[in-house]
Each structure stands twice: as structure tokens, then as C-alpha cells.
Ligand binder design. Structure first.
Ligand SMILES: [Zn+2]
Length: 236
């Protein structure tokens, strides 16, 4: 890959593999069941319309669970890179937890939303939220009882795609960390980055579905290979 000394602007895509070692399970990839429902079936707008209590309980449980988890060495390493990297850097995360932020990262974009926000479908305002939604609390902004999890469901458009593509256009290096390479549009970022001339690096537990698109791939636990890569970048 291009010599690291030529790297200025970096876009980092993170996925479930970064949070897995913090004990947050990766429900997208497993085809898992939750109370006899396919998880995919409680994470759609259709499910919410059909059975809102079911969907709200599912997200209440996950929102509660992530608040008991802690950032791991991969989150802390990326936060250090964010703090110390002198040029442009953007962490685009598919994760809806707040572990990047709790580790100290600031330049984070949540393309699939955040567990700790509630989105009011009446006034469109997002409010910080740590409690449950099942009892239909009023929106802090407008008072309507129209809050839903601010999480992008299957079939909905990911957030802030224009910003992401703008960052990819400026990137000298695109790094994909802990993602399966199976969920679009994120799975296509590596090809965008390549076409625009960026070097590309995969850091993942195992070879992803898109691993052949990367200039270089390193495989192993995120808590090991991410801090090693960050040290290389910072020249520690
Ligand atoms: Zn509202």
C-alpha cells in the first residue's frame, strides 16, 4: 500500500467487530432469534407499524444493555488516532452504540443512528435518551407521544451519505475495521475509495466478503490489530 508518510486524510469505517469484544453481539450477521422472532423482523418499519410494542421492547432491551458495556482497546486506539492525527479524519460507524465517543473519539458519524437518541416522528427532533420508550413518553421538544428509536432499520436509508462520500473523495486512506463487507451501501465504500485513488486497508477478525477489494488485509482480534495499526500511523 502507499507509504504511510504520504497519508493525510483518513476515512475509517467501523462495524460490529469493533464492539464485539465489549460484549455487544452482532445481530445482523447471525440470523439470530429474539423471542421467536427473526431479528431482521423486529428491525423494520413494517414491524414497527404492525407491532410497535414488540419493536420498542427489543430496542429498550438493547439500549439498556449497551449502557452496561465498556469501550475496548480498539475504541481507545481509534480515539487516540482521532485526537492526535493532524489532518482530516472521519470515523464512519455502522454501530449504534456510543463506545467510540465514550473512548474519547470526537470525529464520529453514526450512519445507522444511535441507541441513545430518540427520534420524534411528529417534530423530527432527536433527543438524548437512556430510558425506555415502551410506555410512550412524550417528546421533550413538542410533547407528542411519537418517539421511536433513532436507529436505521432494514429498508431505511442510512444517514449522512453525502457527508460520507465527500470524505471518501478527500481520503488518502480508507480503513475498514470489523465489518463483514455484506451490508450495502457501506460494503461499497472500499470500491469508491479505490476509484478515487485512496489506499485501502482491511482490519478484521477474518477475511470479509469484500477482502479482495483491499490493497492490504490484516486479520485478528480488533483489540490487537487496531492498536498495532494506530501505533504505526502515529509512529509511536
Ligand atoms: Zn417532538
Amino acid at each position: 500500500m502507499a507509504a504511510m508518510k504520504d497519508i493525510r486524510n483518513i476515512v475509517i469505517l467501523t462495524g460490529a467487530g469493533v464492539s464485539a469484544e465489549s460484549g455487544i453481539d452482532t445481530f445482523r450477521s447471525e440470523g439470530g432469534l429474539w423471542e421467536q422472532h427473526r431479528v431482521e423482523d423486529v428491525a423494520t418499519p413494517e414491524a414497527f407499524a404492525r407491532d410497535p410494542d414488540l419493536v420498542l421492547r427489543f430496542y429498550d432491551m438493547r439500549r439498556e444493555a449497551i449502557q452496561t458495556k465498556q469501550p475496548n482497546a480498539a475504541h481507545f486506539a481509534l480515539a487516540k488516532l482521532d485526537t492526535e492525527w493532524p489532518c482530516e479524519l472521519l470515523i464512519v460507524t455502522q454501530n449504534v452504540d456510543d463506545l467510540h465517543e465514550r473512548a474519547g473519539a470526537r470525529r464520529v458519524l453514526h450512519m445507522h443512528g444511535e441507541h441513545l437518541l430518540a427520534w420524534c416522528t411528529a417534530c423530527d427532533v432527536r433527543s438524548p435518551w437512556t430510558a425506555t420508550l415502551i410506555q410512550r413518553p412524550p417528546c421533550p421538544e413538542c410533547g407528542e407521544r411519537a418517539l421511536r428509536p433513532d436507529v436505521v432499520w432494514f429498508g431505511e436509508m442510512p444517514y449522512r451519505m453525502e457527508e460520507i462520500y465527500a470524505a471518501l473523495r478527500e481520503a488518502d486512506l480508507f480503513v475498514s475495521i470489523g465489518t463483514s463487507g455484506a451490508v450495502y451501501p457501506a460494503a461499497g465504500f472500499v470500491r469508491n475509495a479505490r476509484e478515487l485513488g485512496a489506499a485501502t486497508l482491511e482490519l478484521n477478525l477474518e477475511a470479509s466478503q469484500g477482502t479482495h477489494w483491499f490493497d492490504e488485509a490484516r486479520h485478528g482480534p480488533a483489540t490487537q490489530i487496531v492498536p498495532e495499526w494506530v501505533e504505526e500511523m502515529l509512529g509511536d
